[in-house]
Design a protein around this ligand. Structure first.
Ligand code: IPM
Ligand code: MG
Length: 354
């Protein structure tokens, strides 16, 4: 098969973890006889530096003509601490999501038995946790207008907007996932307060009729936040709007104890983007210590979701498990009696076990 990728390493630890991910892509392509072509482009703070634009037109053109996008991370601390700065790396990410039509962000949350002790929750609560968060990604507060300040600067406002069409497509996608899994869907909203949430619930209730095999549960977001730490095993597929999803997916990801292990896929209208969820981790940038496994597992997701190449995805997961079992892991998951390996050593080890 021909695989045509856009590779966007981005900022912080992005370049070094994507380098490891690409090692794995190349080995898999060689082993399974796929013809790989790829091009690299800038996004985020590095693109602002080079072009004054966090998502340059050339980067967008490259993504549009690729079968899948492999993405590292964006953001640098200078921007986080300068709220008045008006060109920001995050705008690049939002522009990319909107222009590529990436309406759903899919984050599988599963545990690795050997890493359970790293969880902030008791091991008996998190063992066998296996659920998928589906976050709407191109609507809601992130994109609603008007957004801004009053003339005197004393009042600021954001707008939360959702259309029926935006809700329906992501809720249907969530049902499709639930049908392939344990057939339980949790719809998260704040329908007791927000008009947009009432439309979410109304549409979810209507679409639920099409999927009588799936048990649908409705939770208010505050309650969902609590249940995620109380009974994380109860979740199978969770679907929610953009901002609630942003918050809940960070919460969900950390309960497994291994933020450096979780991958995500953003799917939609034009292409799909695969990225680790951990962000740019600027403190570790350039030190060859960051965990590349989330980026490598994003490659597994890419083979499975973008190309329907499931044995390739499984080969990557198996190689990741082997690397963990051998104790070839970075310092964040090494534990007390394992000598931590470098980012590049973990990449080499996984690539060698494909
Ligand atoms: C995420 C991140 C982004 C978001 C930031 C970097 C803009 O937190 O992908 O979850 O808020 O969506
Ligand atoms: Mg987030």
């Amino acid at each position: 098969m021909k695989l045509n990728l856009a590779v966007l390493p981005g900022d912080g630890i992005g370049p070094e973890i994507i380098e490891q991910a690409m090692k794995v892509v190349k080995v898999v392509c060689a082993k399974f006889n796929h013809e790989l072509t790829y091009e690299t482009a800038l996004v985020g703070a590095c693109a602002i530096q080079a072009y004054g634009d966090p998502y340059p037109d050339d980067t967008h053109a490259l993504c549009m003509q690729s079968d899948a996008v492999l993405f590292g991370a964006i953001g640098t601390p200078e921007y986080d601490n300068a709220p008045a700065c008006n060109v920001r790396p995050e705008q690049g990410l939002l522009a990319m999501r909107k222009k590529l039509g990436l309406y759903a962000n899919i984050r599988p949350v599963t545990t690795f038995p050997s890493l359970l002790h790293q969880s902030p929750l008791r091991a008996d609560l998190v063992s066998d946790v296996d659920f998928v968060c589906i976050r709407e990604l191109t609507g809601g507060l992130y994109f609603g207008r008007p957004q801004g300040r009053s003339e005197d600067g004393q009042i600021a406002y954001d707008t939360c907007v959702y259309s029926r069409e935006e809700i329906d497509r992501v809720v249907r996608l969530a049902y499709a996932y639930a049908m392939k899994r344990r057939r339980k869907l949790t719809v998260v909203d704040k329908a007791n307060i927000l008009a947009t949430s009432r439309l979410w619930r109304e549409r979810a209730q209507a679409i639920a009729q099409e999927f009588p095999q799936v048990e649908t549960e409705y939770l208010f977001v505050d309650n969902a936040a609590m249940r995620l730490v109380q009974w994380p095993r109860d979740f199978d597929v969770l679907v929610t709007e953009n901002m609630f999803g942003d918050i809940l997916t960070d919460e969900a990801s950390v309960i497994t104890g291994s933020l450096g292990m979780l991958a995500s896929a953003s799917v939609g209208l034009h292409t799909s983007v695969f990225e680790p969820i951990h962000g740019s981790y600027p403190q570790a940038a350039g030190k060859n210590i960051a965990n590349p496994l989330a980026a490598i597992l994003s490659v597994a997701l890419m083979f499975e979701y973008a190309f329907h190449l499931f044995p390739e995805g499984q080969a990557i997961r198996d190689a990741v498990s082997t690397s963990i079992e051998k104790g070839v892991v970075t310092e964040d998951i090494a534990g007390d009696d394992t000598k931590p390996s470098l980012t590049s050593e973990v990449g080499d080890c996984v690539a060698a076990h494909i």
